[in-house]
Design a protein around this ligand. Structure first.
Ligand code: FAD
Length: 385
């Protein structure tokens, strides 16, 4: 059995589930900017969202390759996993750095989907990519932290029970190393909304349930601190490589969908008495996007396999994310272009997927920052910022 074969049954099962949620379903969610509750429920019930949680805590105990395959197939089916993909990986911080008590308390519920941990509060309006300059503070007061500040682009906050928050617990000028002083704290939003936590939806180009979140003297029990105080930045970085591989897999799925769609259309659509796909101006960009996608897929697979083997994958995860997001965008562009005017019609799903695919060169990390990482940490060039 080849490495790919061992996850073929997972791919098959995800495809079967996704067949119940066709283009019409996603179009309607998009039009209404609705949360795809039925789809998320089906995924959770099938156990896919608990893929990376060990069996001891009620998960499936699968590796990153399997989790990536799940997300890739969702996107290749025409759907979008952004409504729930974070349920798969935010819990990694609890799994790797949480206390035994926290793992027992939260992970089984997250594995079953009964507890939704899908909100990750890192980005702030003023600091942006410069995470170490974030301003949200968590100040110790007895057995509580008192939280003040603001987050932006906190996706799924309205559809999540818990948020993993990154906040400053030690002022910047009092830390020995600039990467210290931030902490990861679980905020139980079921208790917090209206008592110091306000969530405001942001209407965006895509249906992403994203929000801005305001903290005004919100009190959170100290027992919700995950790991050691002050080490949160490192914990968040630890989790980002797995997240990047998973997002890259979604991009591969998108690229597959666009290529499949455009090949079908380019063969069927006849203009000037021949299929438009006979024109090199149409077929060459499709062929190029296909080659880019296959190459990016190899990088995603390499990153996921090395992660499963316990290797550090900063280089591979970043390159996989960049190459896959560029491949999916190349495929999106020719798919829309080859559809001509029909590319703009909602019923073809192309314009929706095109909008969705664009996100991944900006979030969760923008391409420039990946290039800066490769230049500095892989190639040894001077830090540019
Ligand atoms: C739909 C959506 C969902 C999101 N969900 C979440 C979420 O759930 N949780 C969360 O915490 N965040 C989330 N984000 C935020 C996302 O991670 C950030 O938007 C992204 O990291 C970029 O930060 P910024 O928007 O502040 O851009 P900025 O940091 O202001 O950067 C703007 C541009 O300048 C470039 N730039 C900045 N500094 C440099 C430099 N030194 N060298 C070269 N180029 C540079 C960037 O690459 C970027 O293109 C989401 C964003 C979107 C759009």
């Amino acid at each position: 059995m080849t490495a790919e074969d061992d996850i073929a049954p997972i791919r098959e099962a995800v495809r079967a589930l996704c067949a119940r949620f066709p283009g019409e379903y996603w179009r309607e969610q998009d039009r209404e900017r609705a949360y795809p509750t039925a789809f998320v429920k089906a995924l959770a019930e099938a156990g896919f969202l608990g893929a990376l949680i060990p069996e001891d805590y009620g998960g499936s105990g699968l590796g990153l390759r399997s989790a990536a395959a799940i997300l890739e197939e969702i996107h290749a089916s025409g759907g979008n996993a952004a409504a729930c993909h974070a349920q798969m990986y935010i819990m990694g911080t609890i799994l790797r750095h949480g206390s035994q008590e926290q793992k027992q308390k939260w992970l089984p519920g997250i594995a079953s989907g009964d507890i939704r941990l899908q909100a990750f509060g890192v980005t702030e309006p003023t600091s942006g990519t410069d995470t170490l300059s974030l301003r949200t503070t968590a100040v110790r007061d007895g057995d509580h932290y008192v939280i003040n500040g603001q987050k932006v682009w906190t996706s799924r906050a309205e559809h999540s029970d818990l948020m993993l928050l990154l906040a400053r617990t030690t002022p910047k000028d009092k830390v020995e190393r600039r990467t210290e002083g931030l902490s990861t704290i679980l905020v139980d939003m079921r208790e917090a909304v209206g008592k110091g936590l306000t969530i405001k939806p942001i209407r965006a180009m895509i249906n992403h349930s994203t929000t801005e979140v305001f903290f005004d003297n919100l009190r959170v029990p100290v027992e919700n601190l995950v790991g050691e105080e002050g080490k949160g930045f490192r914990y968040v970085l630890d989790g980002m490589n797995a997240e990047r591989v998973l997002i890259a897999a979604e991009c591969i799925g998108d690229a597959r969908w666009f290529i499949d769609k455009v090949v079908g259309y380019a063969n069927d659509r006849h203009v000037f008495g021949r299929p438009i796909g006979q024109n090199q101006g149409i077929q060459f960009p499709i062929a190029r996007a296909y080659a880019q996608t296959e190459a990016a897929k190899l990088m995603v697979e390499q990153a996921a396999s090395r992660f499963e083997a316990g290797a550090s994958i900063g280089k591979e995860a970043n390159m996989a994310k960049m190459l896959a997001s560029e491949a999916s965008w190349a495929a999106a562009e020719i798919c829309l272009q080859a559809h001509g005017g029909f590319g703009f019609a909602e019923e073809y799903d192309v314009e929706r997927k095109w909008r969705e695919a664009r996100l991944y060169q900006v979030a969760p990390i923008s391409t420039n920052m990946i290039l800066a990482y490769i230049a500095e940490h892989v190639l040894g060039l001077p830090r540019s910022y």
